[in-house]
Write a protein that binds this ligand. Structure first.
Ligand code: SAM
Ligand code: DTB
Ligand code: SF4
Length: 366
């Protein structure tokens, strides 16, 4: 069995990424079979529980308030609404619900308490619950764990070097700190990134160094192709070629053999043949449902047809790790600490982000 290594170098990863494609595919598929059933794919459903109006300046994101995009913002969803959506996702064959909030970081108070109640509610439906809520303290991670959270998604997005070209309102080290806070609990870590933001192949390798040298490595790694949304600083980035996606998935599989590699945003632009090659290269998870957070995703029925055609089966919940217990709010042994951590705010100027912000201000003035 290939060993799990935590000392991958950028040079080694680049060498893997750039191998002749047939060699790369063969090796990735071999590693995949050592650690996973190649005919099983985990299915997650995304649910945007709080949409838009985010104070951050992430250059790829349609939910950043400072850019002018067409998305409809929403306040935090109610618990019954979330429960109804989770039941729909379960009926459609998903084993996991991933709830996303357009927040910079979690703040203690009634809204976080409401999220904790959503976690309890979905865990009781025998589904894996994932949240992606921005930066998190250790106490907040523990409270999510106590409510029954299965996974926390917090993407590194790109290499540490390129991160500075994408976001100025927080630092790469904050992301690592949040992942570390989650690691102190029983909650699994989901962390990956985006390709197609104008980064170099070296940056892609750099991101994989940062993820694979975490110990333990993340239990799941989403690989997103940028969804270039009108009004964001990255609106004009050229689409990711399927070959780049296949190489990225295969390399991720080789350097992180045990992780679930998720074929994430960008599937609407991929053919079935392209997706099949990604599954062959080691992808064993997808986001299903006709919407990601704010942008389109393939229809559930199309995905089910694809699964049938390829002989793929959806993974049952809790096969990789046992279901966490849910402690009711009234029985909780943890208190909110009301901390206000000093997350980094580098504040350097990113020209593309500044231009998109100016354009948005002009549009709003009209
Ligand atoms: N606000 C939280 C945060 O940033 O951690 C959670 C939600 S945020 C939308 C979750 C992830 O979605 C981001 O880290 C990014 O990787 C991905 N994402 C956002 N916009 C995207 C886009 N246009 N294309 C591809 N992935 C995107
Ligand atoms: C992840 O890596 N991709 C998902 C999930 N984690 C939260 C989000 C993709 C968002 C794509 C753009 C949108 O729909 O707003
Ligand atoms: Fe906000 Fe997250 Fe979007 Fe960044 S990626 S603007 S933090 S919702």
């Amino acid at each position: 069995m290939s060993a799990i290594r935590h000392n991958w170098t950028k040079e080694e990863i680049l060498e893997i990424y750039n191998r002749p494609l047939m060699e790369l595919l063969y090796q990735a598929a071999t590693v995949h079979r050592e650690y996973h059933d190649p005919n099983t794919v985990q299915v997650s459903t995304l649910l945007s529980i709080k949409t838009g109006g985010c104070p951050e300046d992430c250059g790829y994101c349609p939910q950043a308030a400072r850019y002018h995009t067409d998305i409809e913002g929403n306040d935090l969803m109610t618990v019954p609404h979330v429960k109804a959506q989770a039941l729909r996702a379960k009926a459609a064959g998903s084993s996991r619900v991933c709830m996303g909030a357009a927040w910079r970081n979690v703040k203690d108070g009634p809204e976080f308490d409401q999220v904790l109640e959503m976690v309890r509610t979905i865990n009781k439906l025998e589904m894996e619950v994932c949240c992606t809520l921005g930066m998190l303290t250790e106490n907040q991670a523990q409270r999510l764990a106590e409510a029954g959270l299965y996974a926390y998604n917090h993407n590194l997005d790109t290499s540490e070097e390129y991160y500075k070209e994408v976001i100025s309102t927080r630092g790469f080290e904050d992301r690592l700190q949040t992942i570390d806070n989650v690691r102190k609990t029983n909650v699994t870590v989901c962390s990956g990134g985006i390709i197609g933001m104008g980064e170099s192949v070296e940056d892609r390798a750099g991101m994989l160094v940062a993820l694979s040298t975490l110990s333990p490595q993340p239990e799941s790694v989403p690989i997103n192709a940028l969804v270039a949304v009108e009004g964001t600083p990255m609106a004009n980035e050229k689409p990711v070629e399927i070959w780049e996606m296949i190489r990225m998935v295969a390399t991720t599989r080789i350097v992180m053999p045990q992780t679930q590699v998720r074929l994430s945003a960008g599937r609407t632009e991929m053919s079935r043949e392209g997706q099949a090659m990604c599954f062959f290269a080691g992808a064993n998870s997808i986001f299903a449902g006709d919407k990601l957070l704010t942008t389109p995703n393939p229809d559930v029925s199309e995905d089910m047809q694809m699964f049938k055609m390829l002989g793929l089966n959806p993974q049952k919940p809790f096969v990789k790790k046992a279901q966490p217990e849910t402690v009711e709010a009234t029985e909780s042994k943890l208190q909110e600490l009301g901390e206000n951590p000093k997350w980094t705010r580098p504040g350097h100027k990113i020209q593309k982000n500044e231009l998109a912000k100016e354009e948005a201000q002009k549009t709003k003035a009209i």
